[in-house]
Design a protein. Structure first.
Length: 159
């Protein structure tokens, strides 16, 4: 039993190291896409057209995304400090959540850029990507409570 616990702890620690690397890559991918898209945005960015049109300056979009992404990714460091080392499963899940949020931010920026470009584009094709990234975030959010309940029930059965 003790050997199994040590093996599981080493596996959880290795998974946490791998997902930290993936998180860093997702953050770098966001920053690269963010700078590229910011450079190609017009001075006034349209978010919604029609009767209730919403237009923001590209600087507002820049600082808004920078603040939201900065706070989201800073939470990784806060969670890392608040939870002890034996909570590596939760930390791994949280890193995965931030990775999926970074992916959503990239998709949202790409859609805003595409919407404000002068190119003709069939927007129904990008709906799958947008909804897919939203579903990924939702599934990731729900996965931890489901995992915790499943783990709790398994531990009750073994005792």
């Amino acid at each position: 039993m003790k050997c199994w616990f040590i093996l599981q702890l080493k596996f959880n620690h290795m998974a946490l190291k791998i997902i930290k690397g993936v998180w860093f890559l997702s953050l770098m991918a966001f920053l690269g896409a963010f700078m590229y898209i910011y450079a190609s945005l017009p001075e006034n960015v349209t978010l919604l057209e029609g009767d209730s049109a919403i237009e923001l300056s590209r600087d507002t979009i820049f600082y808004g995304f920078l603040v939201v992404t900065g706070i989201t990714n800073m939470l990784v460091f806060i969670v890392s400090r608040l939870f002890p080392a034996d909570q590596s499963q939760f930390k791994t899940w949280f890193y995965g959540l931030v990775i999926s949020l970074n992916l959503f931010f990239i998709v949202a920026l790409a859609f805003i850029n595409l919407y404000n470009s002068t190119e003709k584009f069939d927007y129904s094709n990008i709906g799958y990507v947008i909804y897919g990234s939203i579903c990924l975030v939702a599934v990731w959010v729900v996965s931890w409570p489901v995992y915790a309940i499943f783990r709790k029930n398994i531990n009750k059965q073994t005792v």
